[in-house]
Design a protein around this ligand. Sequence first.
Ligand SMILES: CC(C)(COP(=O)(O)OP(=O)(O)OC[C@H]1O[C@@H](n2cnc3c(N)ncnc32)[C@H](O)[C@@H]1OP(=O)(O)O)[C@@H](O)C(=O)NCCC(=O)NCCS
Length: 136
Amino acid sequence: MEGMWVEILTTDQPASSYFVAENDLGEVVGFATGGAVREANQAGDGEIYAIYVLEAYQGRGIGRRLVSAVAQRLRADGFISALAWVLEDNQTARQFYESLGGEQFGNRTATIGRVNLVEVSYSWSDITPLVVERAD
Ligand SMILES: CC(C)(COP(=O)(O)OP(=O)(O)OC[C@H]1O[C@@H](n2cnc3c(N)ncnc32)[C@H](O)[C@@H]1OP(=O)(O)O)[C@@H](O)C(=O)NCCC(=O)NCCS
């Protein structure tokens, strides 16, 4: 897992951004990444690649603010729309994206080893509403 993130964070991708959320001690408790859509012919020109908030910090609005940071950067880079892929079984993340106004767009199957995993995508035709003002 750590190796995967080292590769993702050190591989130069055009127009990609990375944001972290820190607690009062300066410890990283969440992150989100986004940038240009990775596969053509999809319902977005930008993409939220991944988001993760430590379990103890979930449900406090951190995920919403991380998405806001990615959306703000996407908009500044000239992107209008966005999408996000999530495992079909990940109900928490699906409800998260739905509460952020994402509309279910399509699905795809990823094969990891011998396991077929279905992913669904959520799209935002306009990312502007994803940008929220900081509450603090
Ligand atoms: C999905 C995830 C990023 C959400 O982060 P979070 O900080 O808990 O989300 P927020 O507190 O900002 O919630 C925003 C909205 O999402 C919805 N939501 C979040 N978690 C939810 C849950 N478990 N059940 C239902 N709705 C949920 C709520 O409607 C919430 O709106 P509210 O603040 O008005 O109540 C977090 O649960 C997580 O990291 N999960 C594990 C990793 C993962 O699945 N990542 C996505 C795939 S890459």
